[in-house]
Design a protein around this ligand. Structure first.
Ligand SMILES: [Zn+2]
Length: 76
């Protein structure tokens, strides 16, 4: 698959609750929720801001995977 953020080749594994777990060499590992995946059909992420936020999430809580859900998604 292609990374939802940078568009480079990434690994994807089945997440829970309709979401996906993405492992991108460039963006790192992140969860993306099913609702956000649906919205992605019509909208695009603000890529630099979204990446900053994932970075912030990892600094804030290093033990959990950074997550893109309807609350954390930053749209362009
Ligand atoms: Zn990426």
């Amino acid at each position: 698959m292609k990374c939802y953020l940078c568009g480079l080749e990434a690994q994807q594994s089945e997440g829970n609750q309709g979401g996906e777990l993405v492992n991108c060499a460039d963006c790192g590992t992140y969860k993306i929720s099913g609702l956000v995946l649906k919205e992605l059909g019509a909208r695009k992420f603000d890529y630099p801001k979204m990446r900053d936020d994932l970075h912030r999430q990892r600094q804030f809580n290093a033990t959990s995977v950074a997550e893109i859900n309807t609350e954390t998604a930053i749209w362009a």
